[in-house]
Design a protein around this ligand. Structure first.
Ligand code: DAH
Length: 351
């Protein structure tokens, strides 16, 4: 053991004690700095003979290398500890459940609307869309409603505080039936052209789904609700066609052939004769109950005239059904208000 061993030992101990990089650099200065203990040893070499200088120099260098090695080892250890501390501070718990991105879904009534459109679309029906704020003429007059018809009263219909060109209050349409007239008139020019060319008029075959409004609110009525109008007009369209089309629709909508259809005589100003369409399931929880699903009838000649067509030549049927009601039947929901409360616990069940 040479006399430099205690120096090396002290340096190693000092370095080991350094808890932070700054402490370590201070400790380094004590041994390797300009006035450090090793540096002093090197300075003292000048006074020695060449032979002694060589032997002593080798010893000092060996000690210096040991000290530098200890210094580097401690530097690495401190850096490593630092990294470990940082990793610990920024730790990710990979076992935590991830944050879910909610998946949206269609509203059950929208699902029904899509089904209705797809089924009637496949039977060659166009799908039309129209205004929810209507004029008196389209909502009532054009549909052969007498001036004093109760549907026009404040108890049934919401009115808007704005008047139309005829000085009548605009209304929130109480049914989708105005769309029969709007659609037929929008295609009137096309029809007239065909007839002028001596061709048969292209048939009107359309459904018009949408929002409707009435002053009404309980478990099966909401002031805002949905309807889907249907209209088929041609030179040869009869009640028989209505029965086939509507029966087909119901069987496809409810995905069962075990379904009966009943036309119950009724009254609507815009149809003559008129009928309520009832259905009954041959099995399932609703077996044996007749359920009303639509109003219907052969379009009244006055209405055909308001379509811009000759009622002597054109004939057909119309129907109006309630998609909300159909949705309740299809999913077994007993309170209509659930559809419009916006409670995701209810709505997300239909995704
Ligand atoms: N508009 C009627 C209502 O809201 C439903 C209706 C009945 C529509 C007979 C029709 C129809 O097209 O022919 O109660």
């Amino acid at each position: 053991m040479n006399d430099l061993a205690p120096l090396v030992h002290d340096a190693q101990a000092d370095f080991e004690r350094a808890a932070a990089p700054a402490d370590l650099e201070n400790a380094k200065a004590r041994y390797l700095g300009k006035a450090g203990l090793i540096t002093e040893q090197l300075k003292a070499l000048g006074a020695l003979t060449p032979d002694d200088k060589k032997a002593r120099g080798a010893l000092i260098n060996a000690a210096k290398q040991q000290i530098e090695a200890a210094l580097n080892a401690r530097r690495e250890a401190l850096a490593h500890a630092d990294l470990l501390a940082q990793l610990k501070a920024e730790a990710l718990d990979v076992s935590l459940p991830g944050r879910q991105r909610g998946t949206g879904g269609l509203h059950p009534v929208s699902l029904t609307m899509e089904r209705i459109e797809a089924i009637f679309g496949s039977m060659g029906f166009d799908v039309a869309d129209g205004p929810e704020i209507e004029t008196d003429w389209y909502s009532f007059t054009a549909l052969n409603n007498p001036e004093n018809h109760p549907a026009r009263s404040m108890q049934d219909t919401f009115y808007v505080d704005v008047k139309d060109a005829e000085g009548r209050w605009l209304n929130l349409r109480p049914h989708t039936s105005p769309m029969q007239v709007r659609y037929a008139r929008a295609h009137a020019a096309k029809h007239a052209e065909a007839v002028a060319r001596g061709q048969a008029m292209p048939e009107i075959r359309v459904i018009a789904p949408g929002r409707t409004y009435r002053v009404d609110s309980d478990a099966t009525h909401s002031p805002m609700f949905h309807q889907c109008e249907g209209l088929w007009i041609g030179e040869n369209v009869s009640f028989k066609d209505l029965k086939v089309v509507f029966g087909d629709f119901c069987r496809r909508f409810f995905e069962t052939d075990e379904l009966e259809l009943r036309f119950r005589p009724s009254f609507f100003p815009f149809t003559e004769p008129s009928a309520e369409v009832d259905i009954a399931f041959a099995s399932g929880p609703l077996k044996g109950h007749w359920l009303e699903v639509a109003g219907s009838g052969q379009v009244h000649p006055n209405v055909v005239r308001n379509f811009g067509l000759d009622p002597e030549r054109y004939i057909g049927f119309a129907f109006g059904m309630g998609p909300d009601r159909l949705t309740m039947l299809r999913y077994g929901v007993n309170d209509l208000r659930l559809f419009f409360d916006g409670d995701l616990r209810f709505l997300s069940q239909f995704r």
